[in-house]
Design a protein around this ligand. Structure first.
Ligand code: MG
Length: 271
């Protein structure tokens, strides 16, 4: 099931997306409004609205977004980073936060921050957590996942390079587009082998496969929940494949993940 969150006439609701549309389009899709919330047992109301008649919102409102950096070898290399530390030991995954205020929805603008001259796109598979969990053992990881969506880990690369912590570089408002919906029918095995693509103004910039992650989703969830509780609606970003590059004001950036959909955002100057 594809679960979207949307607003219509000032009300916010979740809905199950029904129908099929051409890639990147929402034409002909319909929302079957959900009674309740998708983090517990819920029913479909049977009341349907055309998706083109509503405003899609970020599919969840995370309490936190925990992001993993440097999880694709070719991307690690393109930024000149090493996969082992200076003692030759394998590096632990890099984990960082993107604040809830950085989350924005499909079709919403990415606001180019005033303090950067080099903002990059990073297409990523996002894991949406379905239940409160801590110290999740590897064999229970599937139980805590609601589904998957597309993310763009928008990064002020120049700021990331000159500031030791990445809070500003990766945490500015609108730096975390999520959407267009949560696909719940993907299991861990399938999530581990999906095509992930980024285009800017229709030109392909990134093309990778989640199979190339250095650390699989199970390891990331174990690693994160060793330290902290994840809540329903929290999001884990799993890293970006090679091909990152700049965004400019006026660009339209689209992240497409096989079996999920396309997340499109336009870059604007912060007003
Ligand atoms: Mg990233």
């Amino acid at each position: 099931m594809r679960i979207a969150r949307f607003s219509i006439d000032g009300n916010v609701a979740f809905g199950a997306v029904e129908g099929e549309a051409p890639p990147g389009s929402t034409e002909g899709l319909v929302l079957n409004i959900i009674k309740g919330i998708p983090f517990a047992d819920f029913e479909l109301s049977g009341t349907r609205v055309p998706l083109d008649k509503v405003r899609l919102l970020p599919p969840v409102l995370p309490n936190k977004v925990v992001a993993i950096g440097r999880n694709y070898a070719e991307h690690v290399a393109e930024l000149g980073n090493a996969l082992v530390d200076d003692q030759g030991r394998p590096d632990a995954p890099v984990a960082f936060f993107k604040p809830s205020t950085s989350v924005t929805g499909p079709g919403d603008p990415i606001e180019y921050p005033s303090f950067s001259q080099e903002v990059h796109y990073e297409a990523e598979l996002a894991v949406v957590i379905g239940r409160m969990c801590r110290e999740v053992p590897r064999e229970r990881v599937a139980d805590v996942i609601l589904g998957y969506t597309c993310a763009n880990d928008v990064t002020a690369r120049d700021v990331q390079k000159r500031e030791k912590q990445w809070a500003r570089a990766k945490g500015f408002d609108s730096a975390c587009p999520l959407g267009p919906w949560v696909e719940t029918d993907i299991d861990l095995a399938r999530a581990a082998d999906l095509t992930i693509q980024c285009t800017v103004n229709g030109e392909q910039r990134q093309l990778g496969r989640t199979a190339d992650m250095i650390r699989p989703i199970e390891d990331l969830i174990v690693h994160i929940t060793e330290a902290m509780t994840l809540l329903p609606g929290d999001v884990v970003l799993t890293g970006t494949p090679a091909g990152v590059g700049p965004l400019n004001v006026g660009d339209e950036v689209a992240v497409t993940i096989e079996g999920i959909g396309t997340l499109t955002n336009k870059v604007i100057k912060r007003g």
